[in-house]
Design a binder for this molecule. Structure first.
Ligand SMILES: Cc1cc2nc3c(=O)[nH]c(=O)nc-3n(C[C@H](O)[C@H](O)[C@H](O)COP(=O)(O)OP(=O)(O)OC[C@H]3O[C@@H](n4cnc5c(N)ncnc54)[C@H](O)[C@@H]3O)c2cc1C
Ligand code: HEM
Length: 402
């Protein structure tokens, strides 16, 4: 427990952190990777270069500092981060490394303003925050391992089938090499793949949402190939999966994780609206299949936005589901349809159109590129949909939709 003085110091230095937060975290990563290059095996290098991870960490540190005397209030946020940490295999012994390097960075950036008292207070506060993460993650490791078909760390899976879904998306059907049972999951959850492509000095870990309903003898992920464009290099893992990984190859996976899940009370009267942009369809297809299997009379709307027909994945599958289930209505939005291609809406999803196909009383789930999610979120808020019925997932470090 922190004393009143320490709490006061922490709270009064939050505004300073807000000014220097990102500089501190940037400095922190630089020093940490210099001292502990082995951590480059777990951190996403692209997120580092684009500053996404420093921002996410800085936001988490502000939130934790501002709530230092009532950390239970940010427990839902902690759980979301802890799910990612557990999926990546982050261990308790790594927390002091982060703590030490974070304090060193605070000292370096703040200079004389970082008095011994402030550094001491932050050291204590970091210890309290780290303990919360460590204990939440310990429970998650245990739950992941002890569930039927569960495991700790990474398990070897064979690529049983590789199926092209569109010009840019390919599905991988993954079966455990040991032939034993696999852990169940809730639609919306992801698994984490660990690979070491030839020529790469480090392992690379990426999360991929499971793209079918649970209950099969395999996991399926569907991966978009991140091409090199202009000054952006090609994505490391997605191009490796598309180009190098073949049927019968082995991929290492950690057990399903994630807090973005379809939460449907059997008695719920609210329709469900699933909205996806591009490869953001993966958790939506899992949710849709599950809903149709478990609650076939429940009113559901599936809206998918793609650039055009050649990038539209799983079109035939959704068409079949729509034909077979009167409770399902599905719509296609093409940003730039090719000549002769038909869709339900040209351009982008907007509120006037959304109002013609969905009901504001629904539970909304969405996923896609950040600008897409910002537009959908804005439209739903404008429509008056309450926050508790708006659910979304970022395919990268959590960001802001406002
Ligand atoms: C919960 C969750 C679920 C996800 N589910 C899916 C899914 O179902 N399907 C899916 O395809 N993806 C999914 N993702 C995204 C996935 O984890 C990867 O981020 C994605 O495949 C890209 O990884 P990569 O290694 O190919 O690209 P990276 O190498 O990580 O690069 C990412 C992007 O950054 C760009 N980049 C790299 N370096 C620079 C630089 N210096 N300057 C500018 N740009 C740069 C690259 O061009 C690329 O576009 C999910 C992510 C999360 C967090
Ligand atoms: C109290 C301490 C910590 C806090 C507040 C924290 C916070 C965060 C946050 C906010 C994210 C982004 C989550 C997202 O994707 O939405 C994250 C991701 C991550 N964290 Fe932590 N973290 C802490 C400790 C650690 C430790 C000890 C390690 C291991 C050395 C670690 C490794 C990672 C990695 C590898 C990611 C994924 C990010 C990426 O690769 O881009 N974290 N953390």
């Amino acid at each position: 427990m922190l004393d009143a003085k320490t709490i006061e110091i922490i709270k009064s230095t939050v505004p300073v952190l807000e000014v220097h937060g990102q500089t501190i975290t940037k400095q922190f990563y630089e020093t940490m990777f210099k001292n502990h290059p082995e951590l480059l095996n777990v951190f996403n290098h692209a997120n580092q270069r684009q500053g996404k991870q420093p921002t996410a960490l800085a936001n988490a540190v502000y939130a934790a500092a501002a709530h230092i005397d009532r950390l239970e209030e940010i427990l839902p946020v902690v759980k979301g981060i802890a799910q990612k940490h557990r999926a990546l295999g982050i261990l308790p012994e790594q927390y002091p490394i982060v703590g030490e390097n974070l304090l060193a960075a605070i000292k370096m950036v703040l200079g004389d303003a970082a008095t011994d008292e402030i550094i001491e207070a932050w050291g204590q506060a970091y210890g309290v925050i780290a303990d919360v993460f460590i204990s939440v993650e310990a429970e998650m490791y245990q739950a992941a391992e002890q569930q039927p078909g569960g495991w700790r760390g990474f398990r070897r899976f064979v690529v049983d089938r590789k199926v092209k879904e569109s010009d840019v998306i390919t599905s991988f059907y993954l079966k455990p090499e040991d032939g034993k049972e696999i852990a169940n999951y809730v639609p919306g959850q992801y698994i984490t793949v660990r690979v070491k492509p030839e020529g790469q000095a480090f392992t690379h870990l990426r999360h991929y949402s499971l793209s079918t309903s649970p209950g099969h003898a395999y996991y399926r992920i569907s991966v978009k190939r991140e091409e090199a464009i202009a000054d952006k290099p090609a994505g490391i893992v997605s191009t490796y999966l598309h180009d190098a990984v073949q049927e019968r190859d082995i991929l290492e996976l950690s057990a399903p994780a994630g807090e973005f899940t379809l939460e449907l009370e059997p008695s719920s009267q609210h329709p469900v609206v699933l909205i996806s942009g591009g490869v953001g369809l993966t958790p939506m297809v899992s949710m849709l299949e599950t809903l149709l299997e478990q609650n076939p009379a429940h009113d559901v709307v599936y809206i998918h936005a793609a650039r055009n027909g050649s990038q539209h994945a799983m079109r035939a599958h959704i068409h079949q589901l729509t034909e077979a289930h009167p409770s399902l209505r599905s719509y296609v939005v093409y940003e730039a349809p090719a000549a002769g291609e038909s869709c339900d809406k040209n351009g982008y999803i907007d509120l006037p159109w959304l109002q013609t196909v969905a009901d504001s009383n629904a539970d909304f789930y969405f996923c896609g590129p950040t600008p897409f999610m910002q537009a959908v979120n804005r439209a739903l808020k404008q429509w008056g949909v309450p926050a508790e019925r708006i659910h979304f997932e970022f395919f990268g470090p959590a960001d802001s939709l406002d």
